[in-house]
Ligand binder design. Structure first.
Ligand code: CUA
Length: 339
């Protein structure tokens, strides 16, 4: 099944679309053809060499099989041209792969000087993007078509890896340091970001979307006008944040057990991880912003990341309203759209 974080992503196009092949997706960045060229060269060289070696082996096994009229095989003496060939040919192949690979590496490692920068933050189990003006994208980002985009990436917790198959970019994202990749997409489209470094329970749900859009749409995104910024009733805001901020990777709303406690019917119940009190607005706010405060029995691993500084008061209140909703305790006020 498609993880919620990838909902809306394009379905895989046909095998033979632009620049793709049976085993590679379409080429959607300016450096993809270079990577594919090298990949295909190594692949075909390996296939040819494998066939030559296997054929020679079969031939010699047959040629030097035991024969009744031969007591002792003929001694073999040196062959200068044969020895030179197995020194020179592999050396040339390795040199070709090295220089080709080095050129591709430099091309993908050093962004053009006119690249725009987008910050990428990886956290179990979501990707957060931030433009240079501070506008953020949770699980999706809009970038201009035909423009180099440089990603400055870091992790809040463990190793993750940023992978966009169509762009042929894949780079480890590491806590306490920055990693950089860049791409330029020549066509408008939406592409999936995948995490390719196992990072825990919901690793396979850790996806995001990159929207390659025209200039006007990009500027609108830069101004924060894209991505559901209409005023919403608290329950609707909470429901949206539940998937957008990946609460759903750990917390179900239907009572199903997950990485974290289900949100169904917890409103008004005794506070998980506390001796006294019931689940109310104050408890939910504290559990979201300072989750270390509560060690919930059965969930002692402390996987819940802190959202301090990442969710504002209104958003935390929206999540509380959504928890009331899935506990059957939503109030009239929870459904009022603020003006
Ligand atoms: Cu993040 Cu796997």
């Amino acid at each position: 099944t498609t993880p919620d974080s990838l909902a809306g992503a394009p379905t895989r196009q046909s095998f033979w679309t632009e620049g793709g092949s049976l085993w590679l997706p379409p080429q959607e960045s300016t450096t993809a053809h270079e990577i594919d060229g090298l990949f295909n060269f190594i692949l075909y060289a390996s296939i040819i060499l494998t066939i030559i070696v296997a054929a020679a082996m079969v031939y010699f096994v047959w040629k030097y099989r035991r024969q009744s009229h031969v007591d002792r095989p003929v001694d073999v003496h040196e062959s200068k041209w044969l020895e030179m060939s197995w020194i020179v040919v592999p050396t040339l192949l390795v040199l070709v792969v090295f220089f080709w690979g080095f050129r591709a590496y430099v091309g993908t490692a050093i962004p053009p000087s006119d690249a725009i920068t987008v910050n990428v933050k990886a956290q179990k189990w979501a990707w957060t993007f931030e433009y240079q003006n501070g506008i953020q994208g949770f699980g999706e980002i809009w970038v201009p078509v035909g423009t180099p985009v440089r990603l400055e990436m870091t992790s809040q917790d463990v190793l993750h890896s940023f992978y966009v198959p169509e762009f042929r970019i894949k780079h480890d994202v590491i806590p306490n340091r920055y990693a950089y990749v860049w791409f330029e997409a020549p066509r408008v489209g939406t592409y999936q970001v995948l995490c390719t470094e196992y990072c825990g329970t919901a690793h396979s749900n850790m996806g995001a979307l990159i929207h390659v859009v025209d200039r006007d749409t990009y500027y609108a995104a830069l101004r924060g006008e894209i991505g559901n910024n209409e005023p919403q009733a608290p329950v609707d805001l909470g429901e949206q944040l539940y998937t957008q901020r990946n609460c759903n990777t750990c917390h179900s709303v239907d009572g199903t057990a997950g990485v974290g406690p289900s949100w169904q019917n917890i409103w008004g119940q005794p506070r998980p991880g506390s001796e006294s009190g019931v689940v109310d607005d104050a408890y939910i706010a504290e559990a979201i912003l300072y989750p270390q405060a509560y060690i919930v029995p059965g969930y002692e691993n402390g996987n819940m990341p802190s959202y301090d500084g990442q969710l504002n008061e209104e958003q935390v209140a929206g999540l509380a309203a959504y928890i009331r909703e899935v506990s059957g305790a939503a109030t009239e006020a929870d459904r009022v759209v603020p003006t």
